[in-house]
Write a protein that binds this ligand. Structure first.
Ligand code: 6LW
Length: 503
């Protein structure tokens, strides 16, 4: 196992925050990457990079209701799972599973990955989740799914041909062979999979064969990537995809988590996307240390996208990084009603319900601050850190009342209350390291919620243990999202700030 005496931040993700199941493709000098999005709308965030390190979100593949309808019966961590993004024959092809009722496997295509993407082409004969697309020399398209099974597919119609056949089950005894990707590299077809489940036992294994349909021989060094049983700061590594870097060498993107605190460790940002180099020995890939120091990469780095701290809601469309729960009807979430403000209109559901009117962004930094200027005169709503409908902390305002609400599993409590003068006010939250002393039971972080006075000072109303908004407590496949919501009436937000804090 590699040594872990790396410089601080060397094991940073290239796409921090809830960005799991990365799939990557290269077109000339450009790289594109897609991730899972589960219960959020729009679905399947898409990113562009030239250096594999700095990624800019260029859109979402499923950003119209005709492409993505998530029913109210769908619980958190249902919805959109594990895309594969490929470029073939002058077009981008994205296949993904909608795991909600009435869903299934669907394909969308685009000539520009920033969109527009086509309406879905449904592929009902594809026999499982985590679908992959690969084309052989004669143009036949092979669709491989978790399990691991394969069927021939016409991706332009969704029609499958023949009966799905089993290819490989991964290492003996390993659970959940999934996330297959198939590549022609040199004289072989390589079948890359994840196995061991997406928890601490996660890993990546590979097999190779002479044809895309096998038979496949497993790599003697499997798993080629796992951090199970190590003290590496990045755990649960798996669900990978391969790409050639600007240097012509191979690189791997994969998901991992950063558990923090005492034992057993809690990860709060969801599954994030990491990068590692790949070399070849005897025709097998060997995965190097996660996230090498970017300044040591053998190609020039492009400047990263400017992280704008404030969104003033001055545009008629929301930035692509804003996500809502299940759907986002424009009559309930709009910047057009009160120009320069985001207006949210409740439809009955509070943060505890799957139909809450909530618009947020992924928490992407281990420590950060978020603030918003809210006008609660016509309704009740506020600022929340959301893991799912059963796990969230919020600071909420209605008229002259402000309260902090904590929901953990089936327990919901008002933790603190305050009366404020009528009119717009700033709600704020800070996510910071737990204060010392640290011990085996210390949590991953502390979430402080409060109001900001007109002179800028923060009045804390509650400081809550962040472990209850972690995947280890809540379960599921997502991560924290920080945003604004309306629980009753109409609530207006003038701006929203998100800033990473130095650690
Ligand atoms: C996805 C599977 C996985 O379908 O988690 O980690 C599942 N890998 O491949 C949900 O993201």
């Amino acid at each position: 196992m590699p040594a872990h005496n790396q410089p601080a931040h060397a094991a940073d993700p290239v796409l921090p925050g809830f960005h799991p199941d990365p799939s990557i493709c290269r077109v000339g000098d450009d790289y594109y990457l897609a991730c899972s999005s589960f219960e959020y709308f729009p679905g399947v965030p898409l990113f562009h990079s030239r250096d594999l390190v700095h990624w800019r979100q260029i859109g979402n593949a499923l950003d119209r209701p005709e492409q993505l309808r998530l029913p109210v019966s769908m619980p958190s961590s249902g919805g959109i799972y594990a895309p594969t993004l490929r470029h073939h024959d002058g077009r981008f092809w994205l296949i993904v599973t909608n795991c909600s009722e009435g869903g299934g496997n669907l394909i969308v295509t685009a000539t520009d990955p920033a969109g527009p993407w086509s309406d879905p082409i449904w592929a009902p004969g594809v026999p499982g989740i985590d679908p992959d697309l690969a084309w052989d020399e004669d143009g036949t398209c092979w669709c491989t799914v978790a399990g691991v099974a394969q069927v021939r597919l016409d991706p332009s119609t969704g029609q499958t041909y023949g009966t799905p056949h089993k290819l490989w089950s991964g290492g003996p005894g390993a659970k959940a062979p999934e996330a297959p990707h198939l590549y022609r590299i040199g004289d072989y077809w390589y079948l890359l999979i994840a196995e061991g489940g997406t928890e601490r036992g996660h890993g990546v294994s590979i097999a190779r064969g002479r044809t895309p349909a096998g038979p496949f021989e497993p790599c003697p060094a499997n798993p080629i990537l796992t951090h199970r049983g190590t003290d590496h700061p990045v755990q649960n590594t798996g669900h990978a995809d391969l790409v050639q870097g600007p240097d012509g060498a191979w690189w791997m993107v994969f998901l991992g988590v950063r558990p923090r605190g005492g034992t057993p460790g809690w990860h709060v940002l969801g599954r994030e996307t990491f990068l590692a180099p790949v070399t070849w020995e005897d025709g097998w890939p060997v995965v190097g240390e996660v996230a090498p120091d970017p300044s040591a990469l053998p190609w020039p780095l492009s400047p990263g996208p400017v992280q704008e701290q404030r969104d003033d809601f001055d545009l008629t469309e929301l930035r692509p990084s804003w996500i809502s729960v299940r759907d986002r009807p424009c009559e309930l979430c709009t910047t057009k009603e009160r120009p320069g403000w985001l207006t949210l209109r409740a439809r009955g559901g509070s943060l505890d319900e799957p139909d809450v009117v909530f618009t947020g962004r992924r928490q992407q930094d281990l420590t950060c601050r978020a603030r918003t200027l809210v006008d609660p005169e016509q309704g009740r709503g506020g600022l929340a850190v959301r893991l799912d409908e059963r796990h969230h902390y919020a600071i909420e305002a209605s008229g002259t009342d402000v309260r902090v609400i904590a929901r953990v599993g089936s327990l919901r409590t008002v933790v603190a209350e305050l009366s404020v003068p009528a009119g717009p006010l700033v709600l704020a939250l800070t996510i910071a390291d737990p204060p010392p002393p640290h011990g085996p039971c210390t949590g991953p972080d502390v979430v402080s919620l409060g109001v900001e006075q007109p002179d800028g000072t923060f009045t804390e109303l509650a400081a809550l243990d962040g472990r209850y908004l972690s995947t280890e407590v809540a379960g599921g496949f997502t991560g924290r999202v920080i945003g604004m919501y309306a629980a009753e009436g109409t609530v207006h937000f003038d701006w929203f700030d998100y800033e990473p804090l130095d650690r």
